[in-house]
Every structure is written in C-alpha cells, then in structure tokens.
Design a protein. Structure first.
Length: 523
C-alpha cells in the first residue's frame, strides 16, 4: 500500500507568494517618510536653536546698553551687532533671508520691572528690549511634497541691568574734583530742582545720585535692607564711599584756621586717610577747612556705606544717608552737599593713593580681600598745583554758609604742594599702583582742556592723563564728557561715548550689574 503525501488542497502559502514584497514596499515608504520628517524637523529645530541663541544675545546686549544710551537708535546699533544677521547666519547651509522683523527691536517701559527698581532710563524712556528675528529654512524630503521651505522666528526680551538680577557685591570709592573750575556752568546738563544753568559740580552730584539709584544696597530678595548701623545695612551688597580733592582738615584745625603741618610721609604717598570731614554731611553750619596738599589732608568725605536706599526695589534715595546728603540727594536748598570750594590747585595723585590705601586696608575696608574694589575718578585731568608753601593757609566759607557753598577766603591761599612737578604723571603712577593692587579704575574726564599738565616733562595732556589712569581696555573704563559753559572741553579719544555725567554713571552702574532675559509676557 502506498500513500500520496501531496495534499490535494493547494497550499495557502503558495497562493500568497509576492504579498510580502508589497508589504515591505509599503513599510519602506513609510519608513523613508518618517526618516524624511525627522531630518526636516531636526533641521528646523537646529536652525531655530541657532536663531534663538542669536536673538537672545542681541536682546541681552541691548539691555546692557540701555543705561548709557542717549537714544533708542544707539541701542539698536548694539542689538544689530549681536543679531543673527550680523552673526553671518545667512551663510548657514539651510538658513536664508535672516532678518530683523519689522518694528523690532522694541523698547518698552515695563511696570513689573519698574516696580522692582529697574528704572525707565532717561535716554530711551525704556527699561527693557524686545527682539524678534526670522529666517527661512530649506527642506529636504518635504520638498518632494511641495514644501520647499519653512519660515521660523524667535523672540527674546531682556531687562536693563538691575532688578531681578543677582548682584555681585562691590566696594566703590568715588573721587570727586571740587576745585574752583567745577563752579563753571554746564549748559549740556540739567539737574532736577536746579533752576537755570547748573554748575559742573551740581551735574557731578546728580551723576553720583544716579549711581546710588542703580547699585544694590542689599539683595533684591529682601523686602527691606534692615536696621542701619554705622552707615551700613546688616548684609550690604554694593557699598559706596566718597572722597574729594582738594583735601580737608579734620574738625580739630588750629585757631588760625590752618591745618596742623603734616611732617610725615610725602605728598605723593600719604598715609592712610584720617577721620572723615563729617561736617560735609551733617551740615551743622560749621564748614570744613580746606587743607594744603602738604598738610596731611583728609580726602575721605564719607566712608563705604550701603544705607543709600532702604531696599533694592526702593525707587528713592534715603535722605537720611550721609553719602546721599553729601551729593545733595535730598534736594536741600540749605544743605546742598559738597561744593566747588576751590582754594588750592588741582592735584589728585594724593587722592588716588588715599583711595587705594582705604580700599586695600582691612582696617578701613573689612571686605578688601573678598569683594572687588572699584575706584571712580571724576576730574578735568588738568593737574596744575604749582605751589610755594609747605603749610598752606586755608579757605573757609563764613559760618552759616551752605556747606561749602560760595567759598570766601579768610587768608592767603597757596595753590598746592611745594616743589612738586609732573603732577599729571604722578597721578598716572598712583593709578598704576592702584591697578596693581587689583582695583578697577573708571576714569571720567569732565571738560578736559586741549592743553594743560604744565608742570609735566615730558609734556602730556589732560586727555592722555585721564586715559592712562583708566583700567584696560580703555574703551570700556574711560569716559570723556564735554563740559558746557565758559571752559568748554573736548571729547578725548578713545573714550566711551556718553554726553552727560548722568549717563556715564548709569553706564558704570550697568557695568557693575547685568542685563538678563525676562519672560515674554512681562508687563
């Protein structure tokens, strides 16, 4: 018997030959489509990421530029410099038509930021920058379905420095020129509460007030900086002090109105400063006596303090703060702060050295080794103290005069330290020592003349001197502001471009704080 093993029923598999090929073909097309979609989406994502990074950089750069800008056009120039267009993104393999969207950048004054202490700045009326850029991205496989390109856009907003920022603490010592030339009117400056043309000194005071408005007395996370002790809050952030030249006697000047003769040290390397000339801030009606540069002058008007505002969010200055009073931040008519007392010539090497000694000594500055030290010098740069006496007589306003006010002489006034030459060069040497000690110096040349520094050999100029005093790069730390009125002034090169002392101090405060990105829905 034999069996036939072959089925009489056709095999199911025999009738399905070739169907797997169809299924594979269909799956392969789907797989290729998914790969194409992933490649195109990946390209879009990478392109958007690059565009967004450039847009954010442009916004932050614009925010950082706001404090020193005199117009929105000046900020736009900075924004454009950091935009995707300037970054060469049009040369990207897949990006074309990179451009700033019409109507941008925008410069709003946002209430949320203003309430947090980021003021809407005078030059632009803004406290934020909004940037929107767009570009075209070429596709690969989507092109097969008629989608040749996709337009993408990115938006970023940044605040001006301050507010929500986490401040870095600083010790800031301002050295202010109070020689007679600072009494000159400045037609390029306006000062709140001053009718008519303000003096250069009043403009300088207003600039320092701007600095106090923009720095942080304590952390922004605190609703109040706390109880003030010895001019400082419990956990100070930015501390600010004030020195002036010519220097002053302490309140213990002799009965003849002269400072005790200084017998130690030297004119260019004085000892650490003595007590502050406290009458400059309490306005008791007893005015400080001006010291000759050889007479151990006290340059320090007010020590490092952090009581200038009650909190980081406070919009107004603390009118009880000594340093605020010293720069007339309380707007007093009877106690207008330090003034253009004159009386001796211009010699600021000693003030720079005194500021260096103060900032680097842990006795006078407990944070000397832990917090960055900043020095800001404001002067016309023309050191001309060709003196003839080792014990200068003083100049003291009549009792009851407005602090330094309109100074009247009560004796012969000598112009400066005896036998000293190279006045401007000595200032540069003093600044070099300060910079070697780690102090960052902002040099603000205010109304520099086209000539001067007559005691120097080899010959130099006020512009060159003030430029050499600044830290490097000079284009960051050197400012030159023309002074209006009788003495005029030039704009020194290569200084930063700022037209008023107010914007200079805003720019410095901006340097010491940072702009930051903010949510796009911030109002």
């Amino acid at each position: 018997m034999s069996f036939n093993n072959e089925s009489n029923v056709p095999g199911v598999r025999d009738r399905q030959r070739g169907q797997v090929l169809v299924l594979v073909a269909v799956c392969f097309i789907g797989l290729i489509s998914m790969v194409a979609l992933i490649i195109d989406l990946g390209t879009l994502y990478a392109a958007y990421t690059q565009l967004n990074v450039a847009t954010q950089a442009a916004a932050i750069a614009g925010g950082q530029a706001l404090p020193s800008a005199t117009s929105t056009g000046a900020v736009t120039t900075v924004v454009d410099k950091y935009s995707a267009v300037a970054g060469g993104y049009n040369t990207h393999p897949y990006l074309t038509n990179v451009q700033m969207v019409s109507g941008y950048p925008k410069y709003p004054c946002l209430t949320t930021l203003a309430n947090d202490g980021v003021e809407c700045l005078s030059g632009t009326g803004a406290n934020a920058v909004i940037v929107t850029e767009q570009a075209t991205v070429s596709t690969f496989f989507a092109n097969l379905f008629g989608v040749k390109s996709v337009t993408i856009s990115a938006t970023a907003a940044a605040s001006a420095p301050g507010g929500f920022s986490t401040y870095k603490p600083y010790n800031v010592m301002v050295i202010l020129d109070t020689t007679a030339s600072m009494a000159d009117p400045d037609n390029e400056c306006t000062v709140s509460g001053v009718s008519g043309t303000p003096s250069a000194e009043q403009c300088a005071q207003a600039g320092i007030q701007s600095l106090l408005h923009n720095l942080g007395p304590c952390s922004w996370t605190l609703s109040s900086c706390g109880t003030i002790t010895n001019d400082n809050v419990p956990y100070p952030l930015d501390q600010v002090g004030l020195m002036v030249f010519p220097g002053l006697c302490s309140q213990t000047a002799g009965s003849n109105g002269k400072c005790p003769l200084y017998s130690g040290g030297s004119t260019t390397n004085p000892t650490a400063p003595g007590p502050t000339a406290i009458d400059d801030t309490t306005c008791t009606g007893v005015n400080p006596v001006i010291a000759g540069y050889n007479d151990n002058p006290i340059y320090l008007v007010y020590p490092l303090a952090s009581d200038y505002r009650s909190s980081d969010a406070a919009k107004t200055l603390n009118t009880s703060s000594g340093i605020v009073i010293a720069v007339n931040g309380n707007g007093s008519k009877t106690c207008p702060g330090v003034g253009d007392k004159g009386g001796v010539g211009t010699f600021y090497a000693g003030a720079i050295t005194a500021a260096t000694n103060y900032l680097t000594s842990t006795t006078t500055n407990p944070r000397a080794n832990t917090v960055p030290n900043i020095m800001i010098l404001v002067s016309d740069g023309d050191a001309t103290s060709t003196g003839s006496s080792s014990n200068s007589a003083s100049q003291q306003p009549p009792n009851g005069d407005d602090m330094w006010g309109t100074a009247g002489s009560n004796g012969t006034v000598y112009t400066g330290p005896s036998g000293v030459t190279n006045d401007c060069g000595l200032a540069v040497e003093a600044a070099t020592t300060a910079k070697k000690a780690g102090i960052l110096i902002y040099s603000v040349s205010y109304g520099s003349e086209t000539s001067g520094c007559d005691t120097d050999s080899p010959k130099t100029t006020p512009c060159a001197t003030m430029s050499a005093i600044a830290s490097t790069p000079v284009t960051t730390y050197f400012f030159s502001v023309p002074k209006g009125g009788t003495s005029g002034g030039t704009v020194c090169s290569p200084a930063r471009s700022d037209s008023t002392l107010n914007t200079v101090f805003q720019a410095i405060a901006g340097d010491l704080t940072v702009a930051h990105l903010i949510p796009l829905n911030t109002t």
